[in-house]
Structures are given as C-alpha cells and as structure tokens.
Design a protein around this ligand. Structure first.
Ligand SMILES: Nc1ncnc2c1ncn2[C@@H]1O[C@H](COP(=O)(O)OP(=O)(O)OP(=O)(O)O)[C@@H](O)[C@H]1O
Ligand SMILES: [Mg+2]
Length: 288
C-alpha cells in the first residue's frame, strides 16, 4: 500500500466554488473562470501516489499551486473535491479531533521562514511539538536533545533563535518537525532562503536524516538541481495541474511538453547520469 494516495483533487479558492468547478469540468480555462466567478483554481484534478520513505519533489512556476497542494496533505487547505488517503485512511473525511492528531503526530511541516518561537530556547522550540502532545517534561527534553544532536546542533540547546544563523535556525525548524516522530514531512521551499553552501549542506543533512529516520517527505522547490539531488519522484505543476510526474531520469529524458523542457533547459546532465549509463560506454571502450 502507498503511504499517500491522492485522487482527483480539486482545490478552489473563492465563494462560487460549485459554479467554478462546473465551468472547469466543462473545459473553461482558469483565467475565464476567475473572470466570471472570482474563484481561483489552485489545484486542478491532481492524482498522485507516494511510497513510504520517498522524497517526492514538487516544482513549478510561482503561482502554479505548489503551496496550495502541499497544505492539502494536512488539511490546512480543505480540498473542494477528491480524496487524500494516508495509510489507507481518507483524511478529507476526518473530524476535527482526528485532524488535530494527524497534524500533531503524523504530518509535520517545515516552513520557509523557520517559524520558530523567538522567546523560547532552541531546546524548548524543538520540544514544543511534544509539549502539545502532553508528553512529560523529562521525556520531552531527552527526545529534544537526541534530535538536536541528529541535526548537528548539540551545544546550542539553551541559545535563542536570534543567536543562530539562518541555516542553523532552519535545522531547528526541521528538528521540531521530526521530534514529534511525524512520519511525513511537508517542506515548502524550506531551503530557499539559505545561501548556496549552507543550502547544499542542508540537502546532504536531509538525505542523512531521511536515511536514518525513513520519513516520507514532500518537498517543494524552484531549484532543479535541488530537485534532482533530493527527489525519488519529481512532479511538475502548471496552473494547478501536474503536467508530468516521474523519476528524475524520466523527466530529463522524456519531458512531456515545452513547459517541462523549459524547466530542465540548462541542467547539468552529468549530475543525473546513473552509474549504469556511465559504465556501458566504459565497458565498450575497455573491450576495444
Ligand atoms: N488563501 C488563498 N486565497 C485565495 N487564493 C489563493 C490563496 N492561496 C493561494 N491562492 C491562489 O492560488 C494560486 C496558487 O498559489 P500558490 O501559493 O499555491 O502558488 P505556488 O506555486 O506555491 O507559488 P510560489 O512559488 O510563488 O510560492 C495562485 O493563483 C494564488 O493567487
Ligand atoms: Mg508557494
């Protein structure tokens, strides 16, 4: 069974949702629908499957619906229609209590601007998610310390966020999201604010953490190199639609249309060519 299964998801912002959905299904464009109904089609008939332990990357131009889609995975955005199953349970049908539990225990979120509590120390920031789960103080601190160690911030437990660099603050954000043992991490351009060296380091760290903790991660980025480095699957969005999803090789070798081609326009192919594709010509040369 897939960890996450999304089927025919639509998300429409505005009041005349039903009228907008009808127009959409009768083939009207996003622009036309917005003009007539003032509604925005943010997610348009998206279906996808995500395996446990996978890093699923979503790319697309600004306004294509990436954040809107991501916020459906913890129901911060309530879809207009369609279903989202996590471990076989449709979260669009959950009541308030179940949803609260889902957000506290199963689906963690890492924000672009860190989202730390400025007046709490690093350890209290990391332990915060455990506090709202009513875990006792001693256990909270033990767990928080362990996670702070995993993200490489040991020694900074009692500092405050303003005393840390942007990269370090981002690690605290990640630590807080994984401290609760959430199996799924939603990351919305989590590394975009970091300078290139720290960003690359954070990507390596995320891959390390993922190796150790086997999270299922949905990661949004504008950066193709980042997508190729992290993604097991890459989905490309345009106007609320996923125009292509597949392995990085798939996307690079068989781009579905010009929009996808534009995205991969100046990719460094050497980063993606797998060992087997390299070995073939090498073997051929050796035989000569
Ligand atoms: N709360 C909201 N109310 C109304 N419209 C919204 C809301 N949030 C997003 N939208 C609209 O939905 C569409 C998709 O926006 P979204 O923020 O998901 O894009 P994005 O791909 O994340 O862009 P970016 O790369 O700039 O973050 C846009 O047309 C936007 O105006
Ligand atoms: Mg966004």
């Amino acid at each position: 069974m897939n960890k996450i299964e999304m089927k025919n998801l639509f998300l429409i912002f505005g009041t005349a949702k039903k009228q907008a959905l009808r127009m959409l299904k009768s083939g009207k464009s996003k622009k036309e629908i917005h003009q007539r109904t003032k509604c925005t089609i943010a997610v348009n008939n998206v279906s996808l499957s995500i395996k446990e332990g996978e890093i699923f990357v979503v790319m697309g131009l600004s306004g294509s619906g990436k954040s809107s889609l991501l916020r459906c995975f913890n129901m911060l955005n309530v879809p207009t229609s369609g279903s989202i199953s996590i471990d076989g349970e449709d979260i669009t049908k959950m009541n308030k209590t179940k949803l609260l539990n889902l957000r506290r225990k199963k689906v963690g979120m890492v924000f672009q601007n860190f989202g730390l509590l400025p007046h709490k120390t690093i350890i209290d920031n990391v332990a915060f998610g455990l506090e709202i789960q009513n875990i006792n103080l001693k256990e909270r601190y033990e767990k928080a310390k362990e996670i702070i160690n995993i993200v490489g911030l040991s020694g900074y437990e009692n500092e405050y966020p303003y005393q840390l660099s942007g990269g370090m603050q981002q690690r605290v954000g990640i630590a807080r999201a994984i401290a609760t043992d959430s199996q799924i991490l939603l990351m919305d351009e989590a590394f975009s604010a970091l300078d290139p060296l720290i960003r690359s380091q954070m990507q390596d760290d995320l891959l390390d953490i993922q190796q150790k903790l086997k999270k299922t991660i949905i990661f949004i980025t504008h950066d193709l190199d980042e997508a190729l480095k992290l993604g097991n699957t890459i989905a490309i969005m345009k106007d609320g639609v996923i125009v292509q999803q597949g392995s990085p090789e798939d996307i690079l070798m068989n781009p579905a249309d010009d929009y996808v081609k534009a995205f991969i326009g100046n990719v460094d192919l050497s980063k993606i060519i797998t060992a087997s594709t390299i070995m073939e010509p090498f073997r051929a040369r050796v035989q000569l």
